[in-house]
Design a protein around this ligand. Structure first.
Ligand code: BES
Ligand code: MN
Ligand code: ZN
Length: 502
């Protein structure tokens, strides 16, 4: 976490890396102008030499002019002031954090006399800090031989000349960033460290102090409830399954109708007896990305004391092949009573989620249920890593998810879904059971969603978010390094904030 402080004016003795804002056409903010003057016009010359014109999102790193104490100066382009919004500043914060995180312990950003923006200076500053905070996350737990120049150092950010009214917003965003960071941590940890029991322990330690109520079901309790679908997946592993439920209620009303969030938590997916090929199998440590996102969402919502009742449910199993593993062709009975012919043990996510759906709906009677799951490789073929795919039985819910995603840059694209009994739904009918867990090769993400829909109660507005491509990205973005993205945490925070808080 990056600690943020506010200052009325620039400390001329500070050795922090200094961010100065520049508008389209090389227009200095007053703060930038002052530093340029103090340095005898060196900033202006550096900009010219580098063809830097203040275009939105561009950052030019220069040596601090003689007489200026900063370790370095980062000129940050905001483009046309009137169009510069929260996202502009968030992205700049992220970009800059990536540049200085291994060189500087302190960063200062001077908002003094910045152009009129599309948002208030306080909002711009808070979102700049949010971008820094998000991008500054690192995972060096197991790197014991890092050289000093490889170590993350950035710990402190000073916002200069930003109204103190930025403080509450900055604090709220810091809670959200903590949720994103926690999701990334869970997702990045390997399968020997994070398995169902250790996932529960780590999440419990994190969320209980925030006021989240935690319920854990072990295998005995799951068996008693008839969770044969989820337990069928777990039976090939020596690591026992867990169902983890987290409840945050910020409404003051114990009976408020909750929003339910369900996450796929396959802590490692070998494929089971339908074993995956070896190359790249290590990626399947992040097959608990949905559960990680849901845990992160609870951290964010409880951390900022959202005025909503939200329950997060994680289905945690390890999918392994061994002498007790389930076989292709096995028929399992789910908690809902519906039977499933398991044609491919690698289509396990849907087998875990369906029992979680049934339990969640019985326990909490939600009217809105979202699930997050690294469910299919096919969604990566469709959308690459850019968008997550959303399948929903509700146009209204989809609209809310789309706009929330856009606002925070967790992008989503709607995918087709038939009604129960409709065209796509029939593709998973089985001749020997109520359904099979495998459709034809074509439309693999759709048949997976159709499968899930068979476990959604009538009247529940539901959306399934297939995040197989979005959880882990091969390239860095403005707000994340390559690797875990924390996808979904900010989307759900925004969704709850805009639509489910009184
Ligand atoms: N966890 C995988 C999906 C996945 C693949 C996530 C690649 C992230 C990256 C899921 O359990 C799986 O194996 N799905 C199969 C389904 C198939 C057997 C119907 C797939 O996508 O190949
Ligand atoms: Mn699988
Ligand atoms: Zn999987």
């Amino acid at each position: 976490m990056t600690s943020v402080t506010f200052a009325a004016s620039r400390d001329e003795k500070s050795a922090a890396a200094l961010v100065l804002f520049v508008g389209e056409g090389g227009q200095f903010s007053a703060g930038a102008e002052a530093v340029d003057k103090a340095g005898g016009g060196q900033l202006g010359r550096a900009m010219k030499a580098a063809n830097f014109t203040g275009k939105k999102g561009k950052v030019l790193e220069v040596l601090a002019p003689a007489g200026v104490s900063a370790s370095r100066v980062l000129l940050a382009g905001i483009g046309e002031g009137a169009k510069a919004d929260a996202r502009t500043f968030e992205d700049l914060g992220g970009e800059i954090a990536a540049k200085v995180q291994t060189t500087d312990a302190e960063l200062a950003a001077d908002f003094t006399g910045i152009a009129d923006l599309a948002v208030g200076t306080d909002v711009a500053a808070a979102h700049f800090a949010h971008g820094v905070d998000l991008r500054n996350w690192r995972f060096d737990t197991y790197r014991t031989k890092l050289k000093d120049e490889q170590k993350g150092k950035l710990a402190k950010l000073t916002l200069i000349g930003a109204a103190a009214s930025a403080k509450p917003l900055a604090e709220r965003l810091a809670a959200v960033a903590a949720g994103v960071a926690f999701a990334k941590e869970l997702i990045t940890e390997p399968g020997n460290i994070i398995y169902p029991e250790s996932f529960v322990a780590r999440v419990k330690a994190k969320v209980e102090p925030l006021g989240v109520k935690v319920t854990v079901l072990d295998e005995k309790e799951l068996a008693k409830l008839g969770a044969g679908s989820m337990l069928g997946v777990a039976q090939g592993s020596v690591r026992p399954a867990r169902l983890l439920a987290m409840e945050w209620n910020g409404t003051g009303d114990e009976k408020a109708v909750p929003v339910a969030l369900v996450g796929k938590g396959v802590t490692f997916d070998t494929g089971g007896i339908s074993l995956k090929p070896g190359a790249g199998m290590e990626d399947m440590k992040w097959d608990m990305g949905g559960a990680g996102a849901v845990a992160g969402m609870m951290v964010a919502l409880a951390g900022r004391k959202a005025k909503a009742r939200v329950v997060g449910v994680c289905g945690l199993v390890e999918n392994m092949p061994d002498g007790n593993a389930q076989r292709p062709g096995d028929i399992v009975t789910s908690m809902s009573g519906q039977t499933v012919e398991v044609l491919n043990t690698d289509a396990e996510g849907r087998l875990v989620l369906n029992d979680c759906f049934t339990w969640t709906q019985r326990q909490y009677k939600p009217k809105v249920m979202l699930d997050f799951a690294t469910l299919t490789g096919a969604i990566i073929i469709s959308l690459a890593h850019h968008y997550a795919g959303v399948f929903s039985n509700s146009d209204a819910l989809w609209g809310k998810i789309e706009s929330s995603g856009k606002a925070v840059n967790d992008l989503v694209w709607r995918q087709p879904l038939s009604e129960k009994g409709g065209h796509y739904d029939q593709l998973i009918d089985s001749p020997v059971a109520d359904m099979k867990n495998l459709g034809p090769r074509e439309g693999g993400s759709i048949t997976a969603a159709q499968f899930l829909q068979r476990f959604v109660d009538d009247g529940v507005e539901w959306a399934h978010v297939d995040i197989a491509g979005a959880v882990w990205r091969p390239k860095a973005g403005a707000l994340h390094d390559k690797g875990a993205t924390g996808f979904g945490v900010r989307l759900v925070d925004k969704l709850i904030s805009d639509h489910f808080e009184g």
